[in-house]
Design a protein around this ligand. Sequence first.
Ligand code: KG4
Ligand code: ZN
Length: 345
Amino acid sequence: MTGTLILGIETSCDETAASIVGREASGAPAILSNVVLSQVEEHAAFGGVVPEIAARAHVEALDGIVRAAMADAGVDFGDLSAVAATAGPGLVGGLIVGAMTGKAIAAARSLPFIAVNHLEGHALTPRLTDRLAYPYLLLLVSGGHSQILLVRALGDYERWGTTIDDALGEAFDKTAKLLRLPHPGGPNVERAAAGGDPKRFALPRPLKGEARLDFSFSGLKTAVRLAAEAASPLSNQDIADLCASFQAAAADSLGDRIGRALTRFRESFPGLADPVLAVAGGVAANRTIRAALEAETAKAGVRLIAPPPALCTDNAAMIAYAGLERFEAGFLDGLDAPVRSRWPL
Ligand code: KG4
Ligand code: ZN
């Protein structure tokens, strides 16, 4: 493919990833390669991501991952238009590895460098997968973030809600840990919940009914801990019931917040022909959460878009694509662009 070609690099958490994304003559974006190496096994024994281990694993893997992304796409460094790397938010050791690698390639090949905000990568993914037009509403629910964002235009985001304590994925992971289910917890909680009774334990619905659009999940996790202690020793059925009750409470709380956000979205853009809520982040894979979102969007007359799981969870195609939009808009960064562990959109 000729035209614009961007190399994207992602190393903000526990995935080492590289991707080539281009723009076809028709205007359609194309993913030419998307290579993701998960470090899940390196961290499993610790029940969570260990920053020092993550940074070292990125150093070891990244060169090979970049080479694999170039080879899969059939492109050479000389074909690239620019290099984009995640510069935050995330674990600073990993961010340094990815950004320095991106800058080194850019310097060696005299290419522009683009420092991408990881959250912008998630926010723009539905434009890569579904060519969605601005504006739209985005729900990001991952291990590190729970946010409702209004995506107005490239670089123009309005945060309508965020978590005041834990992210939703974090609440799933902590619930799994306290019930001694393996890491990463989300999929294991969902699996256990399938055989459980969601009504057995009466758990709180944090912030339900409140006008603000924020989330809170740490009280819910604490309620699970107290219920688990009261029911101890736990049988497999107890664990299944706790997982099902937690999942139902989380979906109910999330659904309430999203329902309010959708009402505000409809009121803010009454003439919008195709109002859309897009979801991103690993928790979007959860079927109970998905069902709550489907119910709320149907009620509000809003279309729900969920990109394929491989593009909902952390990957470099979303970073390359954000880099592509930034490159086309002339938003370039210098080789002195900093990495930032905290970087709100
Ligand atoms: O987006 P992601 O891959 O990485 C970041 O955190 O940035 O999200 C991972 C999170 C983890 O907390 C994981 O437990 C959660 O998404 N997750 C799930 C499910 N699959 C992944 N949570 C609930 N149900 C699932 N099926
Ligand atoms: Zn992410």
